[in-house]
Design a protein around this ligand. Structure first.
Ligand SMILES: C[S@@+](CC[C@H](N)C(=O)[O-])C[C@H]1O[C@@H](n2cnc3c(N)ncnc32)[C@H](O)[C@@H]1O
Length: 296
């Protein structure tokens, strides 16, 4: 099964999508809140009637807001990047130009890739990532920041954003090339979302209601993968909130973590999945146990 996906991201939940989809369906709810939205992978592939994507990380939220408001800008930057690496993408641009209907987005795309009205400064992302990022990003537009974030995540190992694959390898751009192919469908989906940039406590308080379905995929404790990570106090707050929630929820955690089991108690069910983090060099595939907590 292939899913819509925009970027590489540590902890993205590709493997759990069928389970999450089943539980959402069984809940008979149609209002999905992806509380710790990350790469957006879950919200992109559940197709709920109403979706709120949330993450506390500004960088991610900026990407989705740019896709919602100015998809053509990002699309053109990706296209220019792929062209500069020798990949031919003219036909797709034509297809995409016919598919935009949002916020006048057609205006800059409809003239095709050779438009004279080029509005977006093409930035050399690989060079930029080597420079002082803070200084560079202050001078960038929101579209350029979104492009650089996407580039950084998708060309780094495991989406960690800080260890880079080498830019002269063709395979480096395979991921971006696939994102580019799927971009029109991604933009169509994101267009319908409400995008929030809140701490989970604030978000749940704002949206909790009988028709809400909260999907909760909090940061793994102790990994430090994100700019915003969780400590025991955050998990305890989450437990307190879930205990008095009006809506439905589904949360997944690592079942091996005994500290989390102490806070949240016995999971509703546990499932094992093949560990996908081993990469091509992994000698053995290992099983990871995922604990699911739900009131559905
Ligand atoms: C495990 S990742 C989510 C991955 C996501 N399900 C996916 O498939 O890409 C956890 C996310 O929680 C976000 N986060 C961390 N602390 C948060 C907080 N207090 N409130 C909301 N989001 C937070 C992180 O920025 C990170 O993107």
């Amino acid at each position: 099964m292939t899913y819509l996906r925009l970027m590489k991201y540590p902890g993205a939940k590709t493997i759990l999508i069928p389970e999450i989809r089943n539980i959402l369906r069984n809940s008979n709810q149609h209002f999905l809140l992806d509380v710790f939205g990350g790469s957006g992978l879950v919200a992109l592939n559940l197709h709920a009637r109403r979706t709120v994507y949330n993450d506390i990380e500004d960088e991610l939220v900026n990407i989705f807001r740019v896709i919602q408001e100015r998809p053509e800008s990002l699309y053109r930057m990706l296209e220019n990047l792929l062209k500069s690496t020798g990949q031919k993408r003219g036909r797709l641009t034509k297809e995409f130009s016919g598919s935009f209907t949002h916020n006048g987005a057609m205006n800059t795309v409809k003239n095709g890739i050779s438009s004279k009205n080029e509005k977006y400064r093409m930035i050399d992302a690989h060079q930029l990532q080597k420079n002082d990022q803070r200084e560079s990003s202050e001078k960038m537009s929101r579209e350029e920041r979104a492009y650089l974030s996407l580039y950084r995540l998708s060309t780094s190992f495991g989406g960690m954003g800080n260890t880079y694959a080498t830019a002269n390898e063709k395979s480096t751009f395979r991921y971006i090339s696939k994102t580019f192919d799927e971009f029109p469908r991604i933009a169509e989906t994101v267009k319908k979302w409400k995008i929030e940039n809140m701490d989970f406590r604030e978000l749940i308080q704002k949206y909790d209601s009988r028709d809400a379905f909260f999907y909760l995929d909090p940061p793994y404790p102790g990994k430090g993968w994100y700019n915003h990570n969780f400590d025991a106090g955050d998990f305890r707050d989450l437990r307190t909130i879930l205990d008095s929630l009006k809506g439905k929820y589904l949360m997944n955690l690592n079942a091996e973590d005994t500290n989390l089991a102490q806070i949240f108690g016995k999971p509703t069910f546990v499932k094992s999945y093949l560990n996908q983090n081993g990469g091509q060099n992994a000698k053995q595939e290992t099983l990871r146990l995922k604990a699911f907590y739900t009131n559905v």
